[in-house]
Design a protein around this ligand. Structure first.
Ligand code: SAM
Length: 318
């Protein structure tokens, strides 16, 4: 348990390096935010196959593991961030949203007026982030900025992958929510200042930083990233695969915490509900690993399949 990004600097990286010597491929069956997939693809001179039930995770992994050359971040900024910033000013609701930002009334009023604005028919009905999360996880101007990023994604696959991953990273860093995106901060006396601080973040700054980080990183060998159930994916593996297992360690589905990022990755979402603005239950990935009565069976089946396939596994949890 814990941040794999930190653990990679702290023993896990060394372990993967030595275990991977005899493998042809490294398989990250629960890739999440993709830190292990990125490390393996860029550092270990092996093909990486990343899997996760959530699409946002496959997008993050794919932005690096599928690409074998670096891209010039300046070009990506000019082709994507610059037009996206211009597109904001043309989008319905931008003038009212900017006016509200400039006034920045007290937090409770800011939140109330923002929700009213995003619920009104001033904004474009096909603007996903505005309609689903504006005035909740994001201020109206942040919502328009993220929608503009989605609308101006480049067509070329490698650039599109980097830009979509950067939009997800920017949304994750701007969301007014404690840690993940289970519920937005309320405008109360204690949480109000966190909401205010988050709503003042500029999504373009974070997206550009992500572009600058991702563009130079690339896989040494072209890999894959898929949305798939780990237990199904395991049936396709072979003896030359080193398999990294970092399954959920909570009884609450990950989709409850990452639904905002998942919506952005998918580019659609049904009617949202509740204080968390959750998508319909059927749209949320459901994992046997987060169900008390099912998790042991799922893990035992997975280990049996991997043993059957003669894979080398190195569970990160005892
Ligand atoms: C502990 S996190 C992985 C964290 C990841 N190693 C990282 O560095 O960010 C567990 C991940 O497993 C995914 N997951 C849950 N059940 C799954 C399943 N049956 N198959 C594939 N992925 C699953 C979740 O969506 C979540 O992203």
């Amino acid at each position: 348990m814990g941040s794999k990004r930190v653990m990679l600097q702290n023993g896990l990286g060394k372990l993967l390096r030595s275990e991977s010597l005899s493998a042809d491929r490294i398989v990250d069956l629960f890739c999440g935010a993709a830190s292990v997939s990125w490390f393996a693809a860029t550092e270990l001179n092996k093909t990486v196959a990343a899997f996760d039930l959530q699409e946002y995770a496959a997008v993050l992994a794919g932005a690096i593991v599928r690409r074998t050359r670096s891209l010039n971040p300046r070009t990506v900024v000019d082709e994507w961030i610059v037009p996206a910033k211009k597109a904001c000013r043309r989008m319905a609701g931008w003038n009212d949203a900017s006016k509200l930002d400039r006034k920045a009334p007290n937090t409770a009023t800011w939140r109330k007026r923002s929700q009213e604005l995003c619920d009104s028919n001033i904004g474009a009905v096909d603007s996903l982030v505005w309609c689903k999360y504006g005035g909740h996880y994001f201020s109206p101007t942040q919502a328009i900025a993220l929608d503009a990023m989605l609308k101006t994604l480049p067509n070329k696959k490698e650039r599109r992958d980097i830009c979509l991953a950067s939009t997800i990273i920017a949304a994750s860093l701007c969301a007014a929510s404690p840690g993940h995106t289970a519920q937005p901060f309320k405008a109360t006396r204690t949480a109000g200042r966190y909401l205010r601080e988050a709503w003042k973040r500029d999504p373009f700054t974070y997206a550009q930083q992500a572009v600058e980080k991702l563009c130079p990183l690339h896989a040494t060998k072209r890999g894959q990233a898929h949305v798939a159930d780990a237990n199904e994916a395991a049936k396709t593996l072979s003896a030359n695969d080193l398999v990294f297992l970092d399954p959920p360690y909570s009884g609450v589905h990950y989709s409850r915490f990452y639904h905002v990022l998942e919506t952005i990755a998918r580019g659609y979402c049904g009617a949202v509900e509740g204080v968390g603005r959750y998508p319909p239950a059927l749209e949320r990935p459901n994992s046997a690993y987060s169900r008390k009565g099912k998790s042991s069976e799922a893990m035992n089946n997975l280990l049996a399949t991997l043993a059957d396939r003669r894979c080398n596994t190195n569970p990160s949890q005892e």
